[in-house]
Design a protein around this ligand. Sequence first.
Ligand code: ATP
Ligand code: MG
Length: 745
Amino acid sequence: MENKMTNLLDGLNDRQKEAVTTTEGPLLVLAGAGSGKTKVLTHRVAYILENRLAAPWEILAITFTNKAANEMCTRIANIVGQMSEDIWIKTFHSACLRILRRDIEKLGYTSNFNIYDTNDQKRLIKDCLRELNLNEDNYPIKSVISKISSAKDEMIDCKEFAKRNDDFRGEKYAMIYARYQQKLKENNAMDFDDLIAKTVELFKDNPDVLEYYQNKFKYIMVDEYQDTNNLQYIFVSMLAEKHRNICVVGDDDQSIYKFRGANIRNILDFEKQFDDAKNIKLEQNYRSTQTILDAANAVIANNFERKEKKLWTNQGEGEKIEVRTCSDQVDEAMYISGEIEKLVSSGKYSYKDIAILYRTNAQTRALEDNLSCPYRVLSGLRFYDTKEIKDILSYLRVIYNPNDDVNLTRIINVPKRGIGDTTVGKIAAFAESMGVSMFDIISDEKYLEALGRSSAKIREFSAIINNLREYIDNIPLVDLMDKVFTETGYADSLMTENTPEARGRIENLQEFKSKALEYEKNVEEPTFGGFLDNISLVSDIDNYDTEQDAIVLMTLHSAKGLEFPVVFMCGLEKGLFPSYQSEGELDKLEEERRLCYVGITRAREKLYITYALQRVMFGKTESKVVSEFVGEIPEKLLNRTDNVVRKQFASYGSARGYSGSDLFGGAGKKSDMDYSAIIAKSTKSGAEMKSSVTYKKGERVMHKKFGEGMIVGITESGGDMMLEILFDNVGTRNLMASFARLKKL
Ligand code: ATP
Ligand code: MG
């Protein structure tokens, strides 16, 4: 025991040791990327167990994804062995779900409630709008969902919402919100926000339940604290109130979920709330080279609202950051593909060391089409989002909780069994007027008769469901799924169809079965409900298998907390990254910049940044300009390459009697010219390109990066001016007038 413990602290720096061993009282570890925050949390849990400060089940560690939870579990298991199994290492949602399954009856739900994802939510809101005679154009579903979600985050219930929003539209939103909540309850279902909101409500209304958990969790730890929203913050605060042994770690510069309600103030205000909180700063970065770190620091320094942090590394300077200008998204993908092959054939890296990160899922398409190496995409259509899996899941959910009208409506006529929309509408109307669920109606003979001709088919359907319900937790999950496939006629209908697509669907269903098998193997007490919960909580990133030798493609958001020897950040273009939605809004631009900081700091050894001059976006080809974030990285850290520019400059040069290679100082050698700026600008439309300022030869100007200099040449170029400037310190540069942001002196 003694030995292991010394091991536990071995290799940690003094600050990290302090954070691991400061177990009592509130503790805040606010530190930059790669400084070992997650490592500290893991070691801290192990330290508490080793010192017998608490039993495993008295520790609650909250991580941001299930994957992170599993990883932490494995790491702790490596240190403390089997004991790790009883620790609550969970995400906010999975912790709350576990609490709710136990006590939700106190809030008038039954414990077999279903969890609704965004698609289910949309369907439910649509129903609400229809019933309230409101038009989707005036009350867009997305905006309704976001309003309800913010209200829940602020713990504003329907009544309070109505009070606060008493204008015409506000009143309507209040009605939708109220109807939506009522429907969720009738369906015995919760959305994701409810999982946390209802837990907090449960704690508030039932002090005994709260006390039970307050006593239980002697030590509470939260990773990625900067991304907690208000409700999550209240949830942990309530739990920590008794023992006050709460340790939160995070980095305000990595807060990237404001659009989901993450409140950066939570981390900045932690010290106010827990006024005796100890504050430990970690300043050594163990992940990245100095070059990568310098780039990250330079970018994030442009944000106003932040706590200044120092970060250093002794990993050495490392290689320069490759910045590549590409002609379009295909060229970009081919370049990345080519570089990956070089990296791997050098023998230094394998595919799994490499990640491609992007701002939006839409960017995966061109990459997928042009990559010639094994890859995995953690985005796009998730496995659980395909039609067949959704259908079967709906069946499983109805079997689990027959009061779930949303899922029942989805599958009552899938496969087609002659129950038309009119009949379904009638059933819904009956249910509505009787105040019961649709399943109650179709299981009751006296209503069935009223449904006329369709009644025989409906009777058959409800018999299938009732029959399948008998098997819950009585036969292995996989067998239950087989029964669902066959007895509902689903498998038959695919088999009859016998198209390649249908065969693909059958394969997916087989895959679904293997997932059930896997669940049964991995979980100590597998249950049908547990399996459904497991599926509800799974996210893209959870499916990321680090063992497989394939490069990984994911959004910058999903990459949080991860690290890779080599990172490609692509699509660094204005309007894409930073997103066009942040245009003219400082808050949003700063969030985009934090996302850029997250991206850069995922790289350990090599970072590539790419951007394209043209990209197909929203179905049309757009000219693009390099992202301002690239310009924020000191030029000396970059190695710019660009065959597009060479071509264009070659023709520009030859018109003046130069050869392309003269301009670039010979083949392969890089020019000092800020040519990415020039070419980026030259693709803009004429109207945008015009510089409103007039320059003259001999004038002195100031450039943000190059300092003071004198204009020595001016060339008209496509409505803009190319200025040749002799800078006092860095020599001659050619800059486009409208792009260079020069100040006349
Ligand atoms: P992020 O902000 O990105 O979440 P983090 O602060 O959580 O980063 P970790 O992921 O815990 O940082 O650590 C970054 C890397 O540095 C990991 O590979 C980790 O194993 C390594 N590391 C952390 N501390 C040490 C140390 N004292 N000695 C050696 N390696 C360390
Ligand atoms: Mg971390």
